[in-house]
Design a protein around this ligand. Structure first.
Ligand code: AMP
Length: 456
């Protein structure tokens, strides 16, 4: 199947060719003809499936087929709005849209917080057809009257579940109230909690439904290994793995921003060039860290869950869970960063005794039991003082009738995570935990976020 056969015009097909895409992905095959028809869409798909082109190409085509009436002040109106949860995702989506729009007259603009608002205001003084924004900064522009949303013809909510998780529902509703009633709405979400369903019901008019599995997070392409280690020895074990296996590009997850900073600093002292990426970093620092990581300038990028959302680094070979996440679903998001686009990846988790309840919650979610391994010289000390166990938190109500696309897609039940690996001097401890019940029922729907990372 070709892009042209989906109904896209020559200008767009040429731009797609220049991007190096030869075949539409499954979400593109389904979404492009539906969006071209002009109806609303509810799509289950994650970053990594090609969803940006899935909504972006038909959006650009529809916009280029008609001309908008100028606003009362004589200016050209903004005609399409894409809302995303994070700055990184906004930047990435806009970059893609710009590339797809290369041979059209349409202009795109990205706006997010953490950077000066002035250049964005200046850019809005020129003709802009498509705005990609995080909700907070968009509302800043609304209150400064630098943007007029009254002529939006198309709205996309990208990673809607993540936006709700991050507490953006009120901002989203404020934005919706500013839009004209007559418009096309596209909602993309990886999961469908009751909250998302309610939003979809309010927002979408007779939507078409499509769903695709994540193309990359399969048991075949990601090998998962779990190492038992004392908390105080985690950094040494991480440095050992990186050095011993000569890993050149590793994405490491910590639970907190502070932990990310500290770890990056300590790894630097171990002679492993590392940077941290999280919501407290300036946008410039985040962009720099990401590009250094992509081009091989640093070997290790230490990230918090939210900062890592939307990062697209192709064929990332290694992901390390330095600390297990409190919300089991984040484990699936994290390991989905590796083995992208069908390449092989390895996800390694360092598990301290206090994290056993978190591991149980993960095992339950992925329907696999983890083989805990030990590395000689890093075995847990049986006499170490006991730490209070880290409780697993609810998974944000995502499993109640919710569909989960991807993440766990393609993993077979009952399969052992860790598989059949011989792994150097690693030994199996034989300490297998079965499927646990680490997730409390009736747990709070949203995790408490002592250092919540909101994009603005
Ligand atoms: P997305 O899910 O939109 O973030 O896309 C994930 C990655 O796949 C991005 O790097 C896109 O540039 C790339 N991509 C999207 N569509 C295609 C395609 N049809 N063929 C090859 N790569 C693609």
């Amino acid at each position: 199947m070709s892009f042209a056969s989906l109904g896209l015009n020559e200008n767009l097909v040429q731009a797609i060719n220049e991007c190096g895409y030869t075949q539409p992905t499954p979400i593109q095959q389904q979404a492009i003809p539906l969006v071209l028809k002009g109806g609303d869409l509810l799509a289950g798909a994650q970053t990594g499936t090609g969803k940006t082109a899935g909504f972006g190409l038909p959006m650009l085509q529809r916009l280029s087929e008609t001309q908008a009436r100028p606003l009362a002040n004589g200016r050209a109106p903004v005609r399409a709005l894409v809302l995303t949860p994070t700055r990184e995702l906004a930047a990435q989506v806009e970059e893609n849209l710009r590339a797809y729009a290369k041979h059209t007259k349409l202009r795109t603009l990205v706006m997010f917080g953490g950077v000066s608002i002035n250049p964005q205001m200046k850019a809005l003084g020129r003709k802009v057809d498509v705005v990609v924004a995080t909700p907070g900064r968009l509302l800043d522009h609304v209150s400064q009257r630098s943007i007029d949303l009254s002529r939006i013809e198309m709205l996309v909510l990208d990673e809607a579940d993540r936006m709700l998780d991050m507490g953006f529902i009120r901002d989203i509703r404020r934005v919706l109230a500013l839009l004209p009633k007559q418009r096309q709405n596209l909602l993309f979400s990886a999961t469908f909690s009751d909250e998302i369903k309610a939003l979809a019901e309010d927002l979408l008019h007779k939507p078409e439904h499509i769903e695709v599995a994540r193309r990359n997070a399969t048991a075949e392409t990601i090998s998962q290994r779990f190492f038992e280690v004392d908390k105080g020895r985690k950094r040494a074990l991480l440095s050992y793995h990186i050095g011993h296996h000569n890993w050149r590009q590793v994405l490491v997850f910590t639970r907190t921003k502070h932990g990310a900073n500290r770890l990056a600093e300590q790894l630097g002292k171990d002679g492993l060039p590392a940077m941290a990426i999280h919501g407290n970093k300036s946008q410039g620092a985040r962009t720099k860290a990401l590009s250094e990581f992509k081009n091989g300038g640093i070997r290790v990028l230490v990230a918090t869950d939210i900062a890592a959302r939307g990062i697209d680094i192709s064929e990332l070979p290694h992901v390390v869970n330095y600390e297990l996440p409190h919300v089991a679903e984040d484990y699936v998001h994290r390991i989905g960063r590796t083995g992208r686009a069908g390449s092989n990846g390895e996800a390694l988790s360092l598990v301290s005794a206090d994290e056993k309840p978190l591991l149980k919650a993960i095992e339950k979610l992925i329907k696999q039991s983890a083989d805990l391994e030990q590395v000689a010289g890093f075995e847990p000390d049986p006499n170490a003082p006991k730490e209070a166990p880290e409780p697993a938190r609810g998974n944000r109500g995502r499993n109640g009738g919710g569909q989960r696309n991807g993440g766990n897609g393609g993993q077979r039940n009952g399969q052992r995570a860790g598989g059949n690996r011989s792994g150097g001097n690693a030994q199996r401890s034989g300490n297998r935990s079965g499927n646990g019940d680490g997730q409390r029922t009736g747990a709070p729907r949203r995790r408490s976020r002592p250092q919540a990372e909101h994009s603005s």
